[in-house]
Design a protein around this ligand. Sequence first.
Ligand SMILES: [Zn+2]
Length: 660
Amino acid sequence: MNIQFGVDYYPEHWPVQRWETDAKLMQAMGVQVVRMAEFSWFKMEPEEGKFNFAWLDQAIELLASYGIKSVLGTPTAAAPAWIIERNPEIQPTDPQGRRRHFGGRHHNCQSNEVYRAHVKRFVNAFAEHFAPNPNVIGWQVGNELGNSHNELCMCESCEKRFREWLEKKYGTIEELNRRWGTDFWSQGYQNFAQIQAPKLTVTGVNPSQMLDWKRFHSDLIVEYHQFQSKILRHYAPDKWITQNMMGFAETVDYFELGKDLEFSSHDQYPSMNMVREKPQYLGSEGAGQLDIIRGTKEQTFWIMEQQTTLNGWYEVSRRPRPGQIHLWAMQSVAHGADTIVFFRWRSCAFGTEQYWEGVIPHSGIPGRVYDEIKGFMHKNGTLMQEIKGLMPQSEAAIVFSYDQEYAIDIQPHHPDMKYVDHLMTYYRALYRQNIPVDLISDQSDFSRYKLLVAPLQYMMDPVLEEKYRTYVKNGGTLVLTMRTGVKDRDNICDSERPLPGGLADVVGLKVYDYDCLRQLQVKVAWDGKEYICDKWCDVITPDTAEAVACYASEYYKGTPAITVNVYGDGKAYYVGTEMTPDLADRFITEVGAELSLGETPDGVEITRRMGADKAYYFVLNHNGKEQMVNIPEGWQSYYEGQTMPMPAYGVYVYTEKVGK
Ligand SMILES: [Zn+2]
């Protein structure tokens, strides 16, 4: 099925008499699919077991008569009040033991058996009813699984599930005591029943316990998805299931969740990256979110919610400038989206998301936003059919690990240190040099890449260690960083050897000392030029490694900050600090300059999708002004009128013959 364009539609928010006008406007715009129903449980089951699907049947039918297919979300992200009234225990419990109450959304515990029984009853009826409908092409389970549940839920049911998870993992309580290091602060357990969720404590919680909690919680969400997907697949084995993920959200391991999906989807809201300090939209921030979604299944994906215009709940974002909606949608395409579904069709007149605005404003009269999105759809349909399924075929990758993220989040070392921020220092530098990059799991095949950046490999295990070793031995260029090999997978410090543990010979150095840069920045000298580094400094003692750049201040002045070591047929860089942008740019020039697709002015990106005999290049101007861009020889304009300078927020597409 060839579907490129859609909108998220809430017919239940509008009078039935309006629906046909909406369908006509959608058809004229180029819409081929709508996603519906993911928040309409009450509308579909006003009383227990009394189902009302007629209104949704009518909407699906009407839209189909205008050539528009439907994707349905199970509405389990917002249980109706009658369920909460009867079973208040399904409301989630926070770390302080307080219930979170009805009135918003996502107000459910995900393990509670009573809630599961309600979900089971509803989803069975829903799937049985809609499965035979040929105009329903696929499903979404709930909405943004994991969203709002960062610290939820720690109720008795979830604690019970946590204990079962631990017992399955460790077998005996003695083994858990040993691997959690419970001799510290007299935390030893006699049995699993004594173990609690990491609720509000007097002091900090055992880091090994906390790490297992985060892993358990992610597993619970994946299992909750499977609980529903099994029902949907039972009734509709021919329909696909996807999930609207949220970029770098960390609550659930998307690599694991992805295994239960035919393809991943993502909700892309670029203006959420625009803050007071960064009022100009930085293309890198949206690009990173898209690249991690492509990495979840290492395939192309859908955007299930693409920002249309101004958004927010209580405060709102800046209105995207003319051209910027088109540009942002094309950025999603450039990074691997095959289908763009815009959120939402029409700004809602009521509820929390009144200002999370849509294609059509409150008034119902189409305007600039409608015209711009219509232009995007009419222009790019053929192109998107041609590039469907094509990947960028990146030669550089960054290893992304939820496990490492959880461990760093538990103990960030420096108050401003965040796993994703640190990883993004590398991502942004690669992005600025137009080097296509994949964000991949540490379970992925590394051998495809010339350059592999593995930031904060804080927890190491023998299998991963061997993977890195083999990668370098076989000719790869590996970048390891500060805080590599500090701990094992139980979150226990390596007490057998100095840092960076088992990979010391691969990087050719040892780290006997380190410094946390509280209210301090340190200078780094590289070929006589000075840079600044931030947050952390490893004090490096080289064995076979050579210094690339050295610290130029503090008591470790003159010792290496960045090193390189030849190992087997490859080489391994070690970066002992967090690099500021200038330093990161210099570093990426050193390690990956030949992987660049071309040089562009600041704020202009080049991205690629690669076919068997043709490469497609997307040149995106994120600046609010015209830009001159040098287009490499051999690139053919895909669209007419792609003359320089590029307009503000412009998108140019080029092709190049590749292969034989
Ligand atoms: Zn719970």
